[in-house]
Design a protein around this ligand. Structure first.
Ligand code: ADP
Ligand code: MG
Length: 693
């Protein structure tokens, strides 16, 4: 035994402190589960007041147990937990699952108790799962460890699940069970006070039986650890994950555009950045996991379809195509081969309709020929069970042809699973992922493709620009900090941006009418006049932006008006008036422990209305910047259309990377947005920006 988590997932003996004779208690259910699941070692109920529980001899204390115990459940009330942990230490226990709730999640008192038992565990080198958790399951026939109080008893399988929430974990476990799909290991670690989700992921990564990791995570105590482990494990096997809280509105009151638009999407970006395949619903996640655990990853997005019924293939095609898959036609050679082997009424195309009367040999030939075609990376099958066909033999042929190929085969198997149990179990034993609906099967296959495309994407390079002036930015920020200012002035913002060589429209600052006229004259008319005050962050909202000011008289009029309506203490920001082309936004927002969210999209005053923005995480590589640009809906506007010129995307990528470098160099920048960035087909200029530190 080398891995400390072996004591947890592969226990030789389990004790339960707080075991109870009461049927409806956790202290009874866990014993029941261990026995029902046929745990391979002794189970020791600990309870000083009774003789036996569920036919097992009860012991007054963990110290009274005769044999070695590597794993202990603790289900007693919080105040008694530290002392029992101490006893476990004396007994030589290696891992503890604290199922009891009422610790850090309840406030300071609970947190103190949690820290107390943790420090005792640490003293003895005991690893702790929980508190406030379900525990683990290991279906491996050598262990059969059901150290958990739930009610779903998985068959052995190659999917392993780790869930921050036991509720979500239990639902996922049940979903696999209902589909007849086994699960290797399962863990839900509650408060995660010691054994963490990344540690469990790493453990699954090292487990040869596990082919795919299914993860549910809401928040991260240590994002860096998570990202490092995710990168490491996802190199070995697919991690499929789901998070929650995408619609978090907490950030809405934010002072910058990006704050209001970002919500809490950073978990999904972390998935993306570390090679985890993200899902937005549990249904798709579970279906995909089945496909991943049974079939290889396709080399590309080209799919061949075999069907013995019409409508479902149309539905499948809709789903496949909308997920970006392609359906190349059969080669002439394949078509003529199939003409020989198929029934007269078959339709020799892609989709290949073998028709309902097709038997085992027709399916065999169809699948072999299509798998052999180099232009298909995967095969999708619709199989409805015709009562006039030897369906079991069809299933056998599908299984055997698929097994010989390195391309994935996914099946929409439409039938009554009771009446066609024989056929179903052939598919299952042959590891053909089967789904009840055409679009479900098509989606699962599409997720295999999505994974392939994600994994084969170029990482790109992080550019370190040498023409930047870090010292001047550091000076501006420390000056603002020393005055406890969070919102930087226009002068400070533009100086910072310019120091990172992000082009800005020529500007100057004025305090009164005379200075404003002088500034405008030296910049050259027409100009734009904006209020510059910490009070007015969204300037247009208070009529604090006047564009296309053509002469000195107009400057006077605007300045006097703003002084009247916005107060005499304001400054004026005078800027060259630039022609309109494309208005873009680039933003950054600090995320604790992760770096910065970087946002890009259509900018200007409509950004909140159209919300056509996309996000990534710093540091941004050139490939990521380019993908970011391509992922907004209005991307066509950037590339130009109908004779209209697009924008200089090379320069745009560079500016995004410069913003990324700025916030990486100065993590104290909490929020930054450049909105708008006026973009032309050659140059671009920031005409408005704000920075909050
Ligand atoms: P805020 O975002 O605080 O309301 P902006 O400085 O972004 O203020 O100005 C609002 C709008 O005015 C911009 O979205 C842009 O359309 C226009 N605008 C601002 N500066 C210029 C400029 N220098 N040239 C032309 N139009 C401008
Ligand atoms: Mg603006």
């Amino acid at each position: 035994m080398t891995n400390p988590l072996d004591a947890l997932f592969k226990p030789k003996a389990v004790a339960l402190i707080g075991a109870s004779q009461k049927e409806l208690s956790i202290g009874n259910v866990i014993i029941k589960n261990l026995l029902f699941y046929n745990f391979n070692g002794p189970v020791y109920p600990i309870n000083p007041k009774v003789e036996e529980i569920r036919g097992l001899k009860a012991y007054p204390s963990i110290l009274a147990v005769p044999g070695d115990v590597d794993l202990v459940h603790i289900v007693i009330p919080p105040p008694f937990v530290p002392e029992e942990v101490e006893n476990c230490g004396k007994k030589g226990v290696k891992a503890i699952i604290v199922n009891t709730a009422g610790f850090a999640e309840m406030g300071a008192e609970g947190e103190a108790l949690q820290n107390d038992f943790l420090s005792r565990a640490k003293k003895y080198g005991i690893r702790v799962v929980g508190p406030n958790c379900q525990g683990i399951i290991n279906s491996d026939p050598n262990f059969k460890a059901y150290c958990n109080f739930t009610f779903t008893f998985p068959e052995p399988g190659h999917i392993s699940v780790v869930a921050q929430s036991g509720g979500v974990g239990a639902v996922i476990l049940q979903a696999f069970y209902d589909m007849g799909i086994g699960v290797g290991m399962y863990a839900s670690n509650g408060n995660g006070s010691d054994v963490s989700i990344p540690e469990i992921m790493r453990y699954y990564g090292e487990d040869d039986n596990c082919r795919v990791v299914v993860l549910y995570v809401e928040s991260l105590d240590n994002p860096k650890e998570f990202m490092d482990v995710a990168r490491e494990v996802s190199k070995k096997k697919p991690i499929l994950a789901i998070t929650a809280g995408r619609t978090d509105k907490g950030a809405e009151a934010s002072r910058s555009h990006i704050g209001g638009l970002a919500g809490s999407i950073s978990m999904e970006l972390i998935f993306k950045k570390t090679g985890i395949l993200g899902f937005t619903n549990q249904h798709d996640l579970c279906n995909a996991a089945v496909a991943f655990s049974y079939q290889p990853i396709p080399q590309g997005n080209r799919v061949g379809i075999i069907t013995n019924t019409g409508g479902p293939s149309v539905i499948a095609i809709d789903e496949l195509v909308s997920c970006g898959l392609e359906l190349p036609q059969l080669s002439e050679k394949a078509a003529s081969q199939l003409k020989e082997t198929m029934l007269e009424s078959a339709s020799i195309h892609n989709p290949l309709d073998v028709v309902a009367t097709a038997g085992p040999n027709h399916f065999k030939s169809a699948l072999e020929v299509m798998l052999n075609e180099p232009q298909y990376d995967s095969i999708y099958i619709n199989f409805v069970t015709p009562p006039f066909v030897d369906c079991e033999s069809v299933a056998k042929e599908i299984v055997s042809a698929a097994a010989k190929s390195s391309k994935p085969v996914v099946c929409n198997y439409m039938t009554d699973k009771q009446k066609w149990q024989g056929t179903s179990s052939i598919f299952k034993a042959g590891e053909i992922p089967c789904f009840d609906f055409a679009e479900t099967a098509a989606r699962a296959l599409s997720d295999l493709v999505r994974y392939k495309l994600m994994r084969s994407k170029k990482a790109g390079e992080i550019r370190a620009f040498t023409d930047v002036n870090k010292e001047s930015v550091a000076a501006i920020i420390s000056q603002a900090k020393s005055h406890n200012r969070e919102v930087l002035s226009a002068r400070e913002v533009y100086n910072i941006i310019s120091a990172y060589n992000i082009p800005v429209a020529p500007w100057s600052i004025a305090s009164d009418v005379t200075q404003a006229i002088n500034s405008a004259e030296s910049l050259g008319f027409p100009v734009v006049i904006k209020v510059d005050s910490e009070k007015y962050i969204h300037k247009s909202d208070v009529d604090g932006v006047a564009v296309n000011i053509r002469d000195a008289a107009a400057v006077r009029e605007v300045v006097e008006r703003m002084q009247r309506t916005l107060g005499n203490d304001i400054q004026f920001f005078i800027q060259q008036f630039l022609p309109h082309h494309r208005e873009l936004i680039i933003g950054a927002k600090a995320e604790t422990g992760v770096g910065h969210l970087i946002m890009f999209g259509l900018g200007g005053i409509f950004v909140e209305v159209l919300k056509d923005v996309a996000f990534t995480l710093s540091p941004v590589t050139d490939a990521e910047a380019s993908e970011l640009i391509d992922s907004i809906k209005a991307v066509a506007l950037l590339h130009g259309f109908r004779g209209e010129k697009g924008v200089n995307t090379e320069l745009l990528i560079e500016i995004i990377q410069r913003v990324s470098m700025l916030v990486v160099d100065f993590p104290e920048i909490r929020e930054l947005d450049i909105n708008p960035l006026f973009a032309y087909n050659d140059t671009m200029f920031a005409v408005d920006a704000r920075i909050i530190i």
